[in-house]
Unconditional design. Structure first.
Length: 130
């Protein structure tokens, strides 16, 4: 039996009407530098390495709906982002152009929408025994 090939997640790619504008938002949110930038494409990565985020211009982009309804473009994925202080992280995201989602399913998580409507969750990881 041949060994399995090695797989490493390199990035998650988000479509947007303008890749550079959405990348600017996430650079401000996460504080990550640009790894690669070209027309219609931007990659950012965490300073210590690891899987990053990529942004691709999609001229036919349709804003996702969250929470899901029977009509419109459904959310296909979302980002979970750990923070150390939830209220200040929400304020920071809002100042960069995010909006707070109307529906908040959990008290200890905040669902926000990036400037083009992709949902993302901010949360503080519970400490063991807390």
């Amino acid at each position: 039996m041949e060994p399995s090939p090695r797989f490493t997640l390199a990035a998650t790619t988000l479509d947007a009407p303008d890749a550079h504008e959405l990348a600017r938002f996430y650079r401000g949110l996460l504080g990550w530098p640009v790894r690669k930038e070209e027309p219609g494409w931007v990659e950012i990565e965490p300073p210590g390495g690891g899987a990053g985020l990529s942004f691709q211009t999609e001229p036919m982009f349709t804003r996702p709906q969250w929470p899901a309804t029977g009509a419109g473009q459904q959310m296909m994925m979302h980002l979970d982002i750990e923070v150390d202080d939830l209220p200040s992280a929400v304020d920071h995201a809002l100042a960069l152009g995010a909006t707070l989602a109307d529906f908040q399913p959990q008290d200890d998580v905040r669902v926000l929408l990036d400037p083009v409507g992709h949902p993302f969750c901010l949360f503080v990881r519970a400490r063991p025994g807390a």
